[in-house]
Design a protein around this ligand. Structure first.
Ligand code: HEM
Length: 232
């Protein structure tokens, strides 16, 4: 048997050890195209990065659901710790995209031919995160701003005392900023790979991605800074 085939066989994860069973490596490795069917040697990386990003987004949404519960309990320390976990996770997602920049535009064109009309807009992980944004803000306003008897101006400026409301607002803006950073990094990856003055596989102009890059989840948290600066 060729050395290559021995390695491929190991990476089918057929083993029956507890480790392999718990991680379900057999099915995990079945989630990628077979080594023998890859369109080129960059495609495995292309597929794995997307899958890893989907898993991280699944984990981020799951953690956001936990945070929503903890906001209702006003368990501030837990909320701050879980947000820290999400922020690290978001940074990992951004760093993951850099790996794809080792793929040449020419090699991507080969992979692209086999993608049908798939679109990033169909990403379930991305959709789930976006759906968590409004409940996050509403819960924060209800439980930490007492339905706006307190407000952002007070916690950042006139009553500023670095309290839990302020810290959780900062966790929210960090989440927001890292999400924009992801979108920016993704836009640059797209520009490097297929160019910006072109259309996606669905026929949409690639430039449409700029809209997302400039989207703020929590505009009030951004506006307060300018308000304070303009006041002085
Ligand atoms: C070379 C690699 C990549 C290329 C050429 C590419 C290309 C594109 C293009 C053209 C769009 C515009 C919408 C459409 O597809 O119709 C898009 C959107 C998107 N892509 Fe990618 N992409 C790449 C890698 C990735 C990766 C690794 C992820 C992992 C999460 C990803 C997630 C997304 C998401 C979530 C959107 C929607 C963005 C938004 O609504 O702001 N893409 N991508």
């Amino acid at each position: 048997m060729l050395h290559k085939d021995i390695i491929y066989q190991i990476l089918e994860g057929r083993g029956d050890t507890d480790y392999e069973k718990y991680l379900d490596t057999k099915n995990l490795f079945l989630c990628q195209k077979s080594f023998y069917q890859l369109s080129n040697s960059d495609e495995l990386m292309f597929q794995i990065i997307h899958q890893v990003e989907e898993l991280w987004m699944k984990h981020i949404s799951f953690t956001l659901l936990n945070i929503l519960d903890y906001i209702q309990l006003k368990h501030s320390n837990k909320i701050i710790t879980l947000f820290k976990r999400i922020h690290i996770n978001q940074q990992l997602m951004i760093d993951n995209l850099s790996i794809l920049e080792t793929m040449s535009p020419k090699d991507y064109q080969v992979i692209r031919k086999g993608l049908g009309n798939g679109s990033g807009f169909e990403s379930p992980g991305f959709k789930a995160i976006l759906k968590n944004v409004e409940p996050l803000w509403n819960n924060f306003v209800e439980f930490y701003l007492n339905n706006e008897t307190d407000n952002i101006e007070k916690i950042y400026n006139s009553n500023y005392c670095h309290d839990y409301s302020y810290l959780i607002a900062e966790s929210l803006i960090e989440f927001d900023e890292l999400f924009q950073n992801f979108r920016y990094k993704h836009l640059k990856l797209v520009e490097r790979t297929i160019g910006i003055d072109t259309t996606s596989l669905k026929g949409a102009p690639v430039k449409i991605l700029n809209k997302g890059v400039n989207t703020h989840f929590f505009p009030k948290l951004w506006e307060i800074r300018g308000f304070m600066t303009n006041q002085v």
